[in-house]
Design a protein. Structure first.
Length: 419
């Protein structure tokens, strides 16, 4: 490094020393390479912070694309229909306890784009319980009972581990049959259908013809005893006004909103206002909401990592200033100005931050690619993220080195040479 002095003619004045950019870069690299192990450990915090930043943004973008496809596949193909007859009019509610027609499944299924549809409602049992023992007065379980049309089993995507579901024959004849979730069957002591087991809902026996092990939709059916719609109406009457009947309609992808508009007149052409369709939410808004939440949470974690990295750089740079007090005094005695010392130490911390940012960006990108490969996803990375991340490391290094560099610049040459 050269601090140039020049005579100025007769006055023999001395011009202020200069610190060229080339000398500054050489000194910064020399300071880092002089203690490589310490420099590596110092930059580790920045590597972790920037790597976390890049990985989080990349994984968030990648997961968002997967969330979008799942919303399209499940949520965007589901339409609900509510029985709104008599809402706000108790007299009409008493006159029309169930606004869905008897052939609601067939009417909804005739619409273009509908793949399955079914009506269901919780059966009002009062104080009745469900038990597997025929003995009157035996202790029963408080298990929900759901009345459902045959189409509801198909719309819910009910998977049967054994047996079968009820169909139009059972429903049309109001047969006392039931489908029970596997967990509820275990509670009732039913492990096989070979002995034609029965459950007693109050005093009414129901033959268990199927045990369900899974459901694509309405998973709460697995925690219930499901009976045919007409059987429930025959034994317990229509739905309770507090929990009126609803309909689940499954459509092809892209047809849900159109089907939602066509359902009320198709089901009740005389009173379409008695039925309220509930179209699926916009997948874009759902994805946007989920992505925003993920961004806010994980960016906070990345910021914490960057702060930890900045503290590490500041601490190590400050220790280096204390260890190099003699060197600083010698430089000052040879003509280096206070700002030269400050810029030198700032350059060293900035170089450590920049290197940490580059390494962190590479590791973060590799993490996104690796996780996507393991999950069989398509990795999504924003070019802006990859471009900005090394700059974040550089800025972190500069900010971390401000105080140590300022302290070094305030060191007096005579005091430093005495130590």
């Amino acid at each position: 490094m050269r601090w140039n002095r020049k005579d100025t003619g007769a006055a023999a004045g001395i011009t202020p020393s200069r610190f060229s950019p080339r000398d500054l870069l050489a000194e910064a690299l020399a300071g880092m390479l002089q203690r490589p192990a310490r420099s590596a450990l110092t930059g580790l915090g920045t590597v972790l912070g920037v790597g976390t930043f890049v990985a989080i943004l990349g994984l968030t973008a990648t997961a968002s694309s997967q969330i979008d496809s799942r919303f399209n596949a499940m949520t965007a193909t589901e339409v609900g229909v509510e029985d709104t007859a008599g809402r706000g009019d108790p007299q009409l509610a008493q006159q029309v306890p169930n606004a869905f027609p008897a052939d609601a499944d067939a009417r909804a299924g005739a619409l273009n784009g509908v793949t399955a549809a079914g009506v269901f409602w919780p059966v009002p049992l009062g104080g009745s319980t469900v038990r597997s023992a025929p003995v009157a007065g035996a202790t029963g379980e408080r298990i929900p009972v759901v009345a459902a049309s045959p189409g509801m089993l198909r719309a819910a995507g009910l998977a049967l581990g054994s047996g079968r579901g009820f169909d139009d024959f059972h429903d049309g004849r109001a047969e006392q049959v039931a489908v029970v979730g596997s967990a509820m069957a275990a509670r009732l002591g039913i492990t096989t259908l070979e002995s034609r087991p029965a459950v007693f809902i109050g005093d009414h026996p129901f033959t268990v013809i199927g045990i369900a092990t899974g459901a694509d939709r309405k998973a709460d059916l697995l925690l219930s005893v499901v009976v045919p719609r007409r059987t429930a109406e025959k034994l317990w009457g229509p739905p309770d006004n507090s929990q009126r009947a609803r309909m689940l309609v499954v459509t092809e992808l892209g047809a849900a909103r159109q089907v939602a508009g066509e359902l009320p007149p198709a089901l009740r052409p005389d009173h379409p206002d008695w039925l309220g369709p509930v179209p699926p939410p916009d997948p874009r808004s759902l994805r946007s909401g989920v992505t925003t939440d993920l961004d806010q949470l994980f960016l906070l974690l990345a910021a914490i990592c960057l702060v930890i990295g900045a503290v590490g750089i500041a601490n190590t740079t400050l220790v280096a200033v204390l260890e190099r007090t003699g060197e600083i005094g010698l430089r000052r005695a040879l003509g280096a100005r206070g700002r030269h010392i400050m810029v030198q130490f700032l350059a060293e911390s900035a170089a450590q931050g920049a290197v940490g940012g580059l390494v962190g960006t590479s590791l973060g990108t590799l993490t996104v690619v690796a996780v996507s490969a393991l999950r069989d996803w398509t990795p999504v990375m924003s070019p802006a993220t990859v471009a900005v991340a090394p700059l974040i490391g550089l800025v972190t290094g500069v900010l971390a080195g401000l105080y140590p560099a300022w302290r070094a610049s305030r060191t007096e040459p005579a005091e430093a040479l005495r130590r």
